[in-house]
Design a protein around this ligand. Structure first.
Ligand code: IMP
Length: 423
């Protein structure tokens, strides 16, 4: 079995956690490459649900070494609370968790800045998760950020942190937000940073050693390709590269070593936060799908916007990332008996287009061109073979393969690890 990359091909929340957990049973090293505690990866094992934000979804497999790579932005407080949650579940991850010394730190002032900037944007807000992600990546690019490696020297870190709090307070005051007391930031952040310090190391070296030893690696994407800072629906995106590029720059792996690219596609589409969504359903139909699919944010609890599967964005995401295999999730949610619309192109100003335009204003004006496929009403949650699925469900899967040119290798028919058809 080769190495693998798992990427979300929509706007996040495609069900990556379940697929990564399923596939990481035979994996030696699981690597998170970008994003931070904005992610919410839900893993259900034997009916027990665990939501991971910052930690790799391989955490629940005892044999897997877990790596938080250099491209991730690490909130040490969130990390401690997630590790404590796992302790309660009987899993002590610390001995097999490594955090990159090059990863940037999300500190309390990043979260305060995220909230103050969103408030200042008013109606033009992005709808961020308020986890401090954008301000942290901004400081990284401005070359003023603090990195995990610095926490190993508490005294100099304390001095650097004090300077950053001063700078952040100037912006917070200018935005009319409350400023932060340095003592409070230090007393909150320092214990969490010190607890993290023993896990901090050169994680690119772990990746290189694993490759050299022919170990099996899994690179875990967070969010989805349409939230990518370059190819997503800018500015309604997150602040990292959520595709294959982010995997390479965020882990230190060579492009030759990432292996099979598995793209996760939910059988319909959801989005949280603001931004255009061509196949979004109206209030009533959207709510019905949301309730059937339990579509509420794993990180923020926000209700997700729901709509039909959009093959324009999915095919675009496949092309951008060289996707080898699609894992189609939540197919069981469509078992309502009604016909199913599937978007195969957009119509923009009278012309048919088959790729999302760069401008969000254009995307907001684009109309979906639908094909109508026959639905099914049978309960498919017990199906374990493709042939067990009703013919209409098989045809839905085959239609996706035909339109994207990518094989659907996995089909999710329920939340549990076992409720998966592997083809
Ligand atoms: P941020 O990443 O918190 O800055 O949020 C930017 C945009 O990405 C917002 O629309 C968020 O709702 C969205 N977003 C961030 N992380 C996730 C995720 O894990 N799943 C779905 N949407 C996300």
């Amino acid at each position: 079995m080769s190495n693998a990359v798992v990427l979300g091909l929509q706007w996040g929340d495609e069900g990556k956690g379940k697929v990564i957990d399923l596939l990481s049973g035979s994996v030696d090293v699981v690597v998170r490459c970008q994003g931070g505690a904005n992610a919410g990866h839900t893993v259900v094992v034997d009916g027990k649900k665990t939501i991971l934000h910052l930690l790799p979804s391989g955490a629940l497999h005892e044999g897997a070494r877990c790596v938080i790579g250099n491209g991730v932005v690490v909130d040490p407080l969130a990390l401690q609370s997630e590790l404590a949650d796992l302790d309660e579940a009987g899993v002590n991850l610390r001995p097999r968790l490594s955090v990159s010394d090059r990863a940037h730190l999300v500190l309390p002032y990043h979260k305060a800045l995220d909230a103050a900037r969103e408030a200042a944007r008013g109606a033009g807000k992005v709808g961020t998760t308020l986890r401090g992600i954008g301000p942290t990546y901004q400081h990284k690019m401005a070359r003023t950020g603090l990195r995990c490696g610095q926490v190993c020297d508490s005294e100099s870190f304390r001095v650097a942190l004090s300077k950053q709090v001063d700078a952040a307070n100037q912006e917070l005051a200018a935005l009319g937000a409350d400023t932060l007391a340095l003592d409070t930031v230090l007393s909150e952040a320092m214990p969490a940073c010190e607890a993290m310090a023993p896990m901090v190391c050169d994680t690119a070296a772990i990746v290189h050693e694993a490759v050299a030893a022919d170990k099996r690696l899994m690179f875990e994407g967070a969010q989805g390709v349409l939230l990518d800072i370059d190819f997503g629906t800018y500015p309604y995106v997150t602040s990292s590269n959520t595709g294959i590029g982010g995997v390479i720059t965020g882990s230190g792996a060579s492009h030759k070593d990432v292996g099979e690219v598995i793209g996760i596609v939910k059988a319909y589409t959801t989005r949280v936060g603001e931004g255009p969504f061509v196949t979004e359903l109206d209030e009533v139909a959207g709510k019905e799908l949301r309730d059937r699919g339990g579509e509420y944010g794993a990180t923020t609890g926000r209700p997700r916007r729901c709509g039909w599967l959009d093959l324009v964005i999915t095919s675009f995401a496949c092309r951008l990332n060289g996707v080898d295999t699609i894992a189609l999730t939540k197919l069981d949610v469509l078992s309502s008996g009604d016909d199913i619309d599937i978007c195969v192109a957009y119509e923009l100003d009278g012309a048919r287009i088959d790729a999302p335009p760069a401008s969000v204003e254009d995307l907001a004006r684009a109309k979906p061109v639908y094909e109508k496929l026959q639905g099914w009403s049978e309960d498919i949650t017990g199906c374990r073979n493709f042939e067990d699925l009703p013919v209409a469900a098989q045809e839905y899967v085959q239609y996706i393969e035909q339109q994207t040119g990518v094989k659907v290798g996995y089909i999710g028919v329920g939340p549990d690890r076992e409720q998966t058809i592997c083809r």
